[in-house]
Design a protein around this ligand. Sequence first.
Ligand code: NOJ
Length: 532
Amino acid sequence: MAQVNDPDRWWHGGVFYQIYPRSYADSNGDGVGDLGGIIGKLDHLQRLGVSGIWLSPVTCSPNRDWGYDVSDYRDIDPDYGTLADLDELVQEAGQRGIRILMDLVPNHTSDRHAWFVDALRGPDAPYRGYYVWADPKPDGSPPNNWMSNFGGPAWRLDEASGQYYLHNFEAEQPDLDWWNEDVRNAFDDILRFWWDRGVAGFRIDVCNGMIKDEELRDNPPATEDDPIDQQFMGVRSVYNTDRPEAHDILRRWRAVAGTYDPERLLIGETYVDDISVLAQFYGNGRDELHGGFNFVFIHAPLDAEAMRAVVEEVEATRPPGAWPIWTGSNHDVSRLATRWAGGDPAKVKVALVVLLTLRGTPFLYQGDEIGLTDGPIEREDVLDRVGARFWPYYKGRDAERTPMPWSAGAGGGFTEPGVTTWLPMADPSQCNVADQEGDANSVLELCRRTIAARAAHEDLAVGGYRTVPSPEGTWAYRRGESTTVALNMSDAPATFDDVGGTVAVCTDPALEGSVAEGSLSLAAWTAAVVTA
Ligand code: NOJ
């Protein structure tokens, strides 16, 4: 970005794009996306204007949790290719001005990881202490009342040794013991392994939960003020997540990141429900995460007042220098086109203008750029074990992980015609990249124009945020000195006062290039960016 002169902040004016590799593009006709497929789509990402990619895990995994159960942190799973393919991706992306973030999974390994296989040999095994073990209570029950995020107790008995091990997710995802200095050293080496190869940084899984209470104290009972998942578990997760010591680990990693030029990025999955707690993960603004995902925003409704309140709180609580991250979809939540917009293209477009014009760096999830809705998942299609466990009350995460539709024909350009894809694909003739190319009214072209406007206008890239008055059901903000974003998020027309300049981007392309002289009228569910 021309407007960001500090090479360590190359990403501030940019846009990231999350790829769920299994569902992006299949280059070898096995129905599973792979690194070769991603390399083949880099031109699409360059045209879209993204500066960086977050790759969900491509490291070795037996896929009990689809890559988030890592059995080797230093190699590529054969489903996706080889280390040489990853190197090629880094290089090919780099030539297009795109950098690669990988996914770091430090909370737990797979139970097939060599460390855990060794740990199961018994209390004296060299890697036993890499994991959290505890003796049963006198009656043989688990050591405390901690519950797994994926249902049931967070402890599994290892009958051979008579001890329990901790798993905050599936039992096949044993939690690492971050009080163990050897674990910390091992991860320093893993960071360097990828960063030395030119990987630009990491998205850090379960970033706020990796270290647990050293004394393994019981959690208190949940109250009706607690999040619904904790009420469901019956306990509030006080001692097995969000421990203050997580910050020590982040400071340690930030120091390692700082030994690289440019500094490597740390973007955390900060799954907290309080914006002021999110702010703490930025440390003093320079010594912990570079960015933390904002789940309060993700879970907010597509409503002017609700979203504005979240943004204003972020602005009020962030430490100096801290740079916000904005997302509407990922591989764990229903896609924004479904969850926020209910499939209405006008609402999808307004939501994307919000994401792409707030102060901070947006992360688009694959398919957001074409307004892709959740995929068609029936009970028999379910591969996410959490969905299988809780269907139909919670249907799991498969619907947001279905293959990317690139074109209308059989296989949707994701794979060859006739190939069975790993998860079912929505009818690609309904929504795909090729059909939106060149259509000014499409979601894709709107995204391209908005991202181009970020690159062209310093106000949008790095300027400050200030709410400006606007009618009920709408939201307007000034970016930098003289750029205004006007969002009519209501079902009726609205007029915004005190707006002057040229409409640089609009969800209604017919308005682009028109001049606002003191006021701007927008139809229902219309968004405009006005530059002086
Ligand atoms: C968050 C990841 O995004 C999710 O997919 C995974 O299941 C859990 N962490 C456990 O690793």
